[in-house]
Design a protein around this ligand. Structure first.
Ligand SMILES: CC(=O)[C@@H](O)[C@H](O)COP(=O)(O)O
Length: 252
């Protein structure tokens, strides 16, 4: 449940870098994603036609502030996105470092506070830092989006222990793994760990066959969640025979 909205699919898809608008449209359909994120800057490039594709997909648009490097810039971009897309939802990205694309936690909290006070429903792209998470919740965010790995790297869950700690620390907060997912198995891992959803872009958009990859990610996210709900066994140090011996069979 994200700001009162219940979704069937737990995969959220980015819309940048696709070889063509047609492939993007097919990939959204194949993935089953019900939420797609759109950068205002990207949207500006081909305007109305791009918006038509988004509308035709039937998915809910989560505008984002990709490329913003200060709180002021992110807030202004969010306000423009609200006008353009007619939604209070905003994926808040405030980048702190041009090389790592790591979020700036101070500017992020500042922007989140301002946007929440202005009626936005904020999805902040953050790290696995628990204290930053606390500040974001206190600012009014009801969802957190910790990174798996830096955007576009495809490393998957680079700090699984930190992410596990975050899941345990915020048991009732919807947590979405955002960025750095490179393979369906990594998305499934996030879901098995109990995260509520996964957002990704590069691994699908730049795949050899983006439509087939979108389908694979959709299936992996679903499988990971089903495994989580089914009750995964914790790993054990010692071997345990998987076939219990109840008695010795008569061989002769
Ligand atoms: C599209 C978007 O919002 C990205 O900034 C997002 O974080 C996805 O990252 P990947 O491209 O690494 O999946």
């Amino acid at each position: 449940m994200f700001y009162g909205v219940d979704l069937t699919s737990r995969l959220m898809l980015g819309t940048a870098q696709y070889p063509s608008p047609h492939v993007l449209q097919q990939a959204i359909a194949a993935s089953g994603a019900e939420v797609i994120t759109v950068s205002l800057r990207r949207e500006g490039a081909d305007g109305a036609a791009f918006r038509e594709i988004l509308a035709a997909s039937g998915a809910r648009v989560l505008p984002n502030t990709a490329g913003c490097h200060s709180a002021v810039e992110a807030v202004t971009t969010a306000q423009m996105a609200r006008e353009l897309f007619g939604t209070n939802w905003i994926k808040l990205e405030v980048i702190g470092h041009a090389d790592t694309l790591q979020p700036d936690p101070f500017a992020l909290v500042e922007a989140a506070r301002s946007l929440c006070a202005d009626g936005f429903q904020v999805f902040p792209y953050t790290t696995e830092d628990l204290i930053v998470g606390e500040y974001l919740l206190e600012a009014g965010c009801e969802v957190l989006m910790p990174w798996g790995a830096p955007i576009g790297t495809g490393h998957g869950l680079r700090n699984p222990e930190g992410l596990r700690a975050m899941r345990a620390h915020f048991p009732d907060v919807p947590l979405v793994i955002d960025a750095g997912i490179g393979a369906p198995s990594q998305a499934a891992q996030a879901m098995e760990m109990g995260f509520d959803a996964v957002l990704l872009n590069t691994a699908v958009a730049r795949a050899g066959d983006p439509v087939a990859m979108a389908r694979a990610f959709g299936a992996a996210v679903q499988a990971g969640r089903e495994a989580h709900d089914a009750g995964l066994l914790p790993p054990r140090d010692m071997a345990h025979a998987s076939t219990p011996i109840l008695g010795l069979a008569e061989l002769a």
